[in-house]
Design a protein around this ligand. Structure first.
Ligand SMILES: Nc1nc2c(ncn2[C@@H]2O[C@H](COP(=O)(O)OP(=O)(O)O)[C@@H](O)[C@H]2O)c(=O)[nH]1
Ligand SMILES: [Mg+2]
Length: 302
């Protein structure tokens, strides 16, 4: 229950937008009619759920309402929660599950990569695991220092080079360090500059190649960090990183400050990439394992 409340608080803004609009439309149309469906579609689309996921949801709801002979619109709410949950359902996160894993953390500048790594490092270290962090965002000013602060807080080892150096070389050295220290996990920060997109993608591919070559029996996973405030552009970001090196899982950050939480539904519906973590604030403890049911309930309002 505590976890659900955490989610509920964090998603307050999204719920205010979606949940309250839903409540008023259910009140306005107590009996199910065409206007109710249209209004439901509008609410979902305006909440960044995207047209394809919205139609999938409303088509299925229409069918269920018909089959189950539901005429009272208030009964749609629970069905809607189930629909959202079923789109978001995944077999569960594999990241940080089994040891000997390299996690490449991807995402555009400012999305929350370094912060998310800090939060993940802290919880992993608390679980008694040994980890090495790789400061492979060598491009951005202060990126290395920022990761150092998080590493110190978490009690993790950090491997860094000078600013401007080759990120693949940082990853190479951090793999050697992870072996030498018998670490369980290696988490690599990466650059996220967008104006030199092609170079960035080539750089990420090189990092992945080096990791695969140097750590043959380690599992390499990619975690894409997306700022929930991004709205529809999050789709383009996911597409770009996924095409370049493949995205295994997503961490959605800043859900606490946005009414655009519905974007999660659009992303998972389109790419079938699971969302593993939700960032609900700036502090070290403000990261939750993403739970589809709790998310659906929190966003719709129960
Ligand atoms: N409110 C809120 N802020 C966040 C969250 N995650 C990251 N931030 C903030 O977003 C900003 C950019 O984060 P940073 O980790 O530096 O992004 P990076 O450029 O991708 O490494 C920082 O000010 C973070 O404190 C979150 O879940 N909620
Ligand atoms: Mg960073």
């Amino acid at each position: 229950m505590a976890l659900f409340n955490r989610f509920k608080d964090g998603l307050k803004k999204s719920r205010e937008k979606i949940g309250e609009q839903l409540s008023s439309t259910f009140k306005l149309h107590p009996r199910i009619n065409e206007e109710l469906w249209e209004s439901l579609e509008e609410i979902l689309i305006s909440a960044d759920v995207g047209s394809s996921a919205t139609l999938k949801i409303t088509d299925s709801l229409r069918e269920k309402a018909k089959k189950q002979k539901i005429s009272d619109s208030s009964e749609i709410k629970n069905l809607l929660i189930n629909e959202i949950e079923s789109i978001l359902a995944s077999p569960g996160s594999q990241i940080l599950k089994n040891t000997k894993q390299i996690i490449l953390v991807l995402g555009v500048n400012g999305s929350g990569k370094t912060t998310t790594i800090g939060k993940l490092a802290s919880r992993t270290a608390k679980d008694g695991h040994k980890l090495v962090l790789a400061a492979a965002d060598t491009f951005r000013a202060a990126a290395i220092e920022q990761l150092q602060i998080w590493a110190d807080r978490a009690g993790a080892d950090l491997v860094k080079h000078e600013r401007g150096s080759d990120p693949a070389a940082v990853v190479f050295d951090s793999i050697k360090a992870a072996f030498a220290r018998q670490a369980d996990f290696l988490i690599a920060d990466t650059a996220g500059r967008l104006h030199t997109q092609t170079n960035l993608m080539e750089e990420l591919k090189k990092i992945k190649r080096v990791a695969a070559r140097e750590a043959e029996d380690w599992d390499i996973k990619t975690l894409l960090v997306i700022d929930a405030n991004t709205g529809q552009n999050a789709i383009a970001q996911t597409d770009m990183f996924n095409q370049a090196i493949g995205v295994d899982e997503i961490a959605l950050t800043k859900l606490d400050g946005t009414a655009k939480g519905g974007i999660v539904i659009a992303i998972v519906n389109q790419f079938h990439i699971p969302v593993s973590y939700a960032g609900l604030g700036e502090k070290i403890e403000d990261l939750e394992v993403f739970n589809p049911k709790n998310f659906a309930k929190a966003i719709v309002g129960s």
